[in-house]
Design a protein around this ligand. Structure first.
Ligand code: F55
Length: 814
């Protein structure tokens, strides 16, 4: 007997159909007969939202009145993905919805698909925030996500006829958006500019302009917890809708200037995912959402109190800083406590340090935000003063610890002309964590070594995770049913370590064959998806081999495309005979930051390699390559369950964690990867024999840098590599134009900062193992199943439990 514990609402399908009809009639103002799929989507969304309302109110009340410290997750990005299906799952209304919309004459899938995906994040960091708030709610922990409701999310990516990336604005609010509720009555004022003056011996900030921060609330329903938390995304509005004086001078355009300036703040998500932006508007965004959020938390936890005792603030809520983006919150809380509530410096500092913790998501020095002091001084003059004072206190403290002057200079938060946000976060909070074991170790040993020496107990690790609700249960219903069948219970959805119970089933050939059949069905479904969405004909009788993530040199999409080119060349040369050829389909998905020249050129190259290979009759049925446009959460949910081989091939020591790697393993793909980020832990958990490892280690990389790296040597040494590079250089993928990829080729041969060429040989060599195993479907699928069985650790529920224990020191509501 299978035990089913998934939430199920007592509402019947007929009742739910009536609720949808009611929404159609009174909210959408269309009859059931007139309604389109888009209408039904909005109506059903509002109906399910209503079902969550009581649990939401109760959770809010318990959050304020209970004695459990809440979590505030401060993040410039929340990459949520579509909401309806997830809300139905957590409200226990999935079956009723399916029947109800069928009764209304629609296919459930068409209604789910009618939702427009909000893209309020760049990649891993934003998606992690979304997984974390899902897990917080599912664990019953009182929590707020705080961020920005950008009008324009991450750009929509298409390719022009030459294969170049084209970015178009993503105005995701073009249609009715049923999830967010704008709450004009809970607004906050956020001020900028001006100057600091002394009045009666007190510093007083006289700002030059202000914007109105208005919250838009999203429900964050937990799975099987009965709890619904809040994601509060701020939107910027102007106080001066209209400058009447200017208007009367008939300077009409000028009259709306203040409104335009204010509303610009939440207009657009910066599409850079790994370089600092350093723009004034970006700092305005950061301060905007952080200031509004801190004030909001005070409003929530000290309702109606003019003189609240804010020394208890850290007992009410702990704020997690998702990377350096919200770190301006540290001086802001100091300012609030001192200037707005009259606390002395030391009290304010104690409260502030207790309130914040910082998660670092990178190892690239260029990604650690450093703001020009002049910019902070202009935009936030009072904060700059506070930062300087924090820095003085910090330097004194380091002196007191007997640290030498040179080291203190290296550690300064304020350098005289710049403010280092990672250092401010490290000093200004209680804990600092990296996002995978290796990453946290490198933070301590390299990136923040001086800090870890001075404050060893501050540093900890919390390995990332992903939500099993969206990325297994919803994305892969076939596998979910099989897991439930195999375990005899569906409890794994909220306790993912139970997947371990599948380990013995890997010995059961019949079960492994069922597992293989699920993968085959997912591949088949993706073929349909690819046809509908991209108009391509994918051959499902090939190995599905995927590399999806942002385009970055350190992630080494170049290494993969060079391998593909060498495989193509081997097929053309006849170096491989027909029996040796393992038919493959290679899928890439990647957005490049719009100003990232080499990344964009790599996309263009992949597209043109794809054109040549896919149109070459000599390799038909053996090799196909697709650069799928606009990689997003929806694509991930469809492609990951269909993938058999996943690529995680960053240079060792560069990928902080990776979370795609976890999603693939949980969906039964095998990984080919380097010893980087969370790959290390994935390999440990699933077993070295179930993971294709290649490439240099962190130490080997360091040594090669130190010895002097010459990529040309590797090019000369491996004929497979030489041939691949030569084909790019000689115009094979650019209609004979030898200049088309010259900058890329020159970079490979003379610089190759992330050592793709040095790792090429071991990467190409391991392909033989991959192909050999794939020819034995039973053994391949056994290993794939063991990946699923042993990846329960990578649930974001486990990550949150680690945060609760190591950093937040709080737990579920009673
Ligand atoms: C976005 C904006 C800026 Cl200014 C800088 C970075 C980003 C961003 O998107 N970073 C990001 O996604 N980092 C990734 O975070 C993941 C979650 O921790 C990691 O798994 C991944 O290794 C890391 O690159």
């Amino acid at each position: 007997m299978t035990e089913i514990t998934a939430p199920k609402s007592p509402v019947t399908a007929d009742q739910f159909a009536d609720e949808i009809r009611e929404q159609l009639k009174y909210a959408q103002n269309v009859t059931a007969e007139q309604a389109t799929a888009a209408d039904v989507y909005v109506a059903a969304s509002k109906a399910v939202r209503n079902h969550l309302a009581d649990a939401w109110f109760k959770t809010q009340a318990d959050t304020v009145n209970g004695n459990t410290k809440a979590v505030g997750y401060l993040s410039a990005e929340f990459l949520m993905g579509k909401q309806l299906e997830n809300a139905l799952l957590n409200a226990g209304l999935t079956e009723q919805f399916d029947k109800a919309v069928e009764a209304l004459g629609f296919q459930p899938k068409d209604i789910i698909d009618a939702e427009y995906e909000p893209g309020l994040g760049n990649g891993g960091l934003g998606r992690l925030a979304a997984c974390f708030i899902d897990s917080l709610a599912s664990l019953g922990v009182p929590a707020f996500g705080y961020g920005i409701q950008y009008k324009y999310g991450i750009f929509k990516q298409t390719f022009d006829e030459n294969g170049k990336q084209v970015e178009t604005p993503d105005y995701w609010l073009n249609n009715e958006e049923p999830w967010g509720h704008i709450d004009y009555n809970r607004d906050q004022k956020v001020s900028f500019g001006g100057e600091v003056v002394e009045e009666n011996g007190k510093k007083v900030w006289k700002p030059a302009w202000s914007v109105r921060a208005v919250p838009v609330d999203y429900l964050v329903p937990g799975y099987a917890s009965g709890r619904v938390n809040t994601l509060r995304l701020w939107t910027a509005k102007s106080y001066d809708e209209f400058d009447l004086l200017a208007f009367n001078r008939s300077e009409y355009m000028d009259a709306v200037k203040p409104q335009v300036k204010a509303e610009n703040i939440s207009k657009i998500l910066y599409p850079e995912d790994s370089t600092k932006v350093g723009k004034e508007l970006r700092l305005e965004q950061q301060y905007f959402f952080v200031s509004a959020s801190l004030h909001d938390a005070i409003r929530v936890f000290y309702p109606g109190q003019d003189k609240p005792d804010l020394t208890t603030f850290p007992d009410k809520i702990t704020f997690q800083l998702n990377d350096t983006h919200p770190v301006i919150g540290i001086p802001e809380l100091m300012r609030i406590l001192i200037d707005e509530y009259g606390y002395d410096w030391d009290t304010a500092w104690t409260v502030t340090q207790k309130t914040f913790n910082y998660t670092c998501h990178t190892l690239l020095p260029e990604a650690l935000e450093v703001w020009p002091a002049s910019l902070i001084g202009e935009l936030l003059p009072r904060h700059l003063e506070i930062i300087k004072k924090i820095n003085e206190q910090f330097e004194d403290e380091l002196k007191g610890k007997g640290i030498d002057d040179k080291t203190i200079e290296d550690m300064r938060i304020y350098t005289g002309d710049a403010v280092r946000m990672a250092y401010l976060a490290t000093y200004g909070g209680s804990h600092v964590n990296g996002v995978a074991e290796l990453h946290s170790q490198l933070l301590k040993d390299v990136t923040l070594k001086n800090f870890s020496d001075a404050y060893p107990t501050k540093f900890t690790n919390v390995t990332n995770g992903v939500t099993p609700r969206r990325f297994v249960k919803l994305a892969n219903p076939g596998l979910s049913d099989l897991i439930t069948e195999g375990l005899g219970t569906d409890k794994w959805i909220s306790d993912l370590e139970l997947l371990k119970g599948l380990v013995p089933l890997a010995k059961d050939d019949e079960f492994v064959k069922k597992f293989a059949a699920v993968k085959a069905a997912n591949k088949h479904a993706f073929v349909g998806f690819a046809k509908d969405h991209y108009g391509i004909d994918v051959d499902e009788n090939t190995l599905f081999n995927t590399m999806v993530k942002r385009l970055h040199e350190y992630k080494r999409q170049s290494l993969k495309i060079l391998l593909v080119i060498s495989q193509y060349a081997a097929l053309k040369n006849g170096t491989l005979n027909a029996e040796e050829i393992l038919p493959r389909t290679v899928f890439f998905g990647a957005k490049a930051a719009p100003g990232y020249y080499l990344a964009k050129m790599t996309i263009e190259l992949i597209n043109n390699v794809s054109k040549v290979i896919n149109n070459d009759p000599d390799v038909k049925g053996k090799l196909a390559v697709y650069m799928l446009p606009n990689y997003n959460i929806e694509m991930a949910q469809n492609l990951i369950p269909a993938t058999e081989l996943d690529e995680q091939i960053s240079q060792a020591g560069k990928e902080a964690s990776g979370t795609g790697n976890m999603k693939f393993a949980l969906n039964g793909a095998l990984t080919v990867g380097t010893l980087d980020g969370a790959n290390v832990e994935i390999r440990e958990k699933v077993g070295a024999e179930n993971f294709f490892l290649f490439g240099m280690t962190v130490d080997e990389v360091e040594k090669l840098y130190a010895d002097g790296y010459d990529p040309a040597k590797y090019y000369e040494a491996d004929p497979r590599l030489k041939q691949a590079v030569d084909l790019v250089a000689n115009g094979t993928f650019s209609n004979g134009d030898r200049n088309a990829y010259a900058p890329l080729v020159a970079d490979w041969l003379t610089k190759d900062w992330f050592m793709a060429l040095a790792d090429f040989s071991s990467y190409a060599d391991i392909q033989a193992q991959i192909e050999k195993l794939y020819r034995d479907p039973l053994e391949w699928n056994r290993k794939a199943l063991l990946n699923v069985a042993n990846s329960g650790y990578f649930s974001s529920d486990r990550s949150i439990e680690d945060y609760l224990e190591r950093i937040w020191h709080t737990g579920p509501l009673a």
